[in-house]
Design a protein around this ligand. Structure first.
Ligand SMILES: [Zn+2]
Length: 294
């Protein structure tokens, strides 16, 4: 199954939608309809054009980190599970705890840990199938906790659009609405032991949380030239990875192979193993600069 092929119309739709969202933070009709043809899941549609603040459009150097004396971070995390009536009880607290264990395990090498402050459950068919827009605002008004340096993870049983998740980049001066929307939304079945084939080891939340810390996709820009993801130790990569190939080199003229095992690619969960050192530095810098203390 060639996920990238099936996802192309989605990507085009998402790009238009995201550009519009940045202007208005309102949904554009038609996106959900366009995505129906995707039988396979699309890993993520966190904005990949236009949306991030200019502070993120830079390479982070080691001296930036040292100047700021960055240490390890513990991020207070609020988890919200929203299910339809039909799926009530499918995602027990033990599954959420395993999800948080995976998150902590994979971020420990980056100097980041997550302290689970609370896990709450809602049964609401409308919320559970929402993608964005007024319904997203409604459930976040009801559930969101903490401040801008706290992580809110939402797990929806029937997240719209055939998507696994999306998240919001850190903003330098977030508006009240941006603070409300902040956090990552994930398909509940992507949690460890969930029902989503190929994506049920908990790496959707790992990937989305990477965006929350300011990381782009490793194929950002879809080009072998240009700034890409602003990370020097992820080689240039033109296309998202589908499945888990033995190797892939979408920019054969450039140094290195594609980062198919990187958490910020689109590979299957079994394929994902790492952030790079400079991705870790970027996350620490983003958190210290754009979130901590806000
Ligand atoms: Zn993503």
């Amino acid at each position: 199954m060639d996920k990238a092929y099936h996802s192309l119309p989605l990507l085009v739709a998402a790009l238009g939608w995201e550009a519009e969202m940045y202007k208005s933070l309102r949904p554009v009709k038609g996106f959900a309809a366009a995505s129906v043809l995707a039988q396979e899941y699309t890993r993520c549609y966190t904005p990949i054009t236009g949306n991030p603040p200019p502070e993120l459009d830079t390479e982070i150097s080691r001296s930036d980190i040292e100047k700021r004396g960055l240490l390890d971070f513990e991020v207070d995390t609020y988890v919200h599970v929203i299910t339809s009536e039909a799926k009530e009880g499918m995602y027990p607290q033990s599954m959420v705890e395993e999800q948080m264990r995976v998150l902590n395990n994979e971020y420990q090498w980056s100097g980041i840990s997550f302290n689970t402050k609370s896990i709450d459950y809602s049964v609401n068919d409308t919320w559970a199938s929402a993608l964005d827009g007024p319904i997203e605002i409604e459930y976040k008004q009801a559930l969101r906790q903490g401040s801008y340096d706290d992580l809110n993870l939402y797990f929806l049983s029937d997240l719209g659009g055939g998507l696994l998740g999306f998240c919001y980049f850190p903003e330098s001066n977030p508006s009240a609405q941006q603070q409300l929307l902040d956090g990552c939304t994930n398909l509940a079945g992507s949690m460890p032991g969930g029902e989503v084939p190929n994506y049920n080891l908990g790496y959707t939340a790992v990937h989305e949380t990477g965006h929350w810390f300011g990381l782009y996709h490793v194929f950002q820009g879809s080009s072998c030239v240009g700034t890409g993801d602003y990370i020097i130790d992820t080689p240039k990569q033109k296309t998202a990875t589908s499945g888990c190939p033995l190797m892939q080199d979408s920019c054969p003229g450039r140094f290195g192979f594609d980062s198919i095992h990187n958490f910020m690619d689109y590979s299957y969960d079994t394929c994902m193993t790492r952030f790079t050192p400079l991705q870790s530095l970027r996350m620490l810098w983003s958190y210290a600069t754009l979130r901590a203390g806000k």
